[in-house]
Design a protein around this ligand. Sequence first.
Ligand code: UD1
Ligand code: CA
Length: 429
Amino acid sequence: MKDIVGIVLAAGEGTRMKSDIPKVLHKICGKPMLKYMLDLLGRLQIDKNIVIVGHQSDKVKTIFKNKTVKTVTQPRLLGSGDAVWQARKSLFNFKGNVLIVYGDTPLVTYKSLSNLIQAHRANQAACTILTAQTKNPTGFGRIIRSEDNRIVRIIEEQDADPIEKAIGEINVGVYCFKASELFPALEEIKPNNAKKEYYLTDAIKVLTSRKAKVESVSAEDEHEAVGVNSRLELSRANEIINKRHIEELMQNGITIVSPATTFISTEAEIGRDTVIEPHTIIEGEVRIGASCHIGPFARIRSGSILQDRASIGNFVEIVRSKIGAGSKVKHHSYIGDAILGKGVNIGAGTITANYDGKNKNRTVIEDGAFVGVGSILIAPVKIGKGAVTGAGSVVTKNKNVPAGKTVVGIPARVLKKKSRGRKVIGHKS
Ligand code: UD1
Ligand code: CA
């Protein structure tokens, strides 16, 4: 979209979070809050996006690594109106529309943004606002309408009288403005309100007093308006986004036995007919194939790949590892920085000792290997194709187990067959 520029406000301090981390970097379902809006703007194919940064801007900028966004710094946090004002130089001579969103409203949907843009264009409005009806409008700007139902202005919570406070239609915090109307209106706003801030919302009354056309679009569901200003709202947003994501996964053919106790990162990909048992946590970027079985009580962490029909059981943690097709890790195990081939069986209580105090090292377990219960595999190490480790063995660093061999003991040694077929350990036979 060439005729629209996106502006994301992310300069605020987020005082109510009581945090040393900038508010917009707090994670929701494993993803920094601000990224939800950036991803939506990306999906809308808006070519130019400006993020207004201010409080701890260096930290906030770290999440734009791979994104083509421009950042503009708001020197003093004088309010949302002042934040947008900072973008005027970057939009000098721009004649199109400006989509303004806040970095702390991660529940806004793609559908609502595209409805808003479409209506804004169709109506040729000076401004179109996304609004929502809610039973609990506390904390939001309320939409004030005239008798003939036209938007007159937005009144902020702190400045509202009891009658205005009773209004259930609220400002979600998403707006589409004609650039040519926006900046002249911002020039007029004053910080004569309870917070002594330049409110972006005051641009609306400037426009309506000039008889400019201000329209609105309703958000699909009232949850979209949830702004994250406190830890309580953060946990609510987490719950809602997780629930939405789980429902989407179910629609795609994944069984999730207990949505309320299951947590799945929005960056996880899961194949059909996979079954996820209760109390399972899937974090960050994870790829799970078809017909896998996970949980109950499993934790799959970022950087993991589970191929088709892999089976991960209770109290198993997998991180930065690949589990080959049909492989099983069923009970009480830690698999970190490991590559498992196909048809591998990992016995209960197996640990990959991947960290030596300095480096994380790799464990490779090849196709069809059988790792006995309670094995400790000290990385870097390789268990060859079809090899076996005995119960309780400790396979030490670089003592790779050759394909087809069996090792046992501490440290694990290769079992050699005696002439009469009895097995013994190591070289003593
Ligand atoms: C704002 C709206 C309110 C709306 C609600 C929806 C205003 C004046 N009010 O209230 O009508 O119902 O969002 O969630 O806009 N920011 C800056 N620089 C500043 C101040 C704020 O960049 O100087 C950014 C913040 O980082 C945040 C956004 O603007 O992303 C909104 O600021 P916030 O203080 O959270 O406003 P609310 O009180 O939630
Ligand atoms: Ca807010």
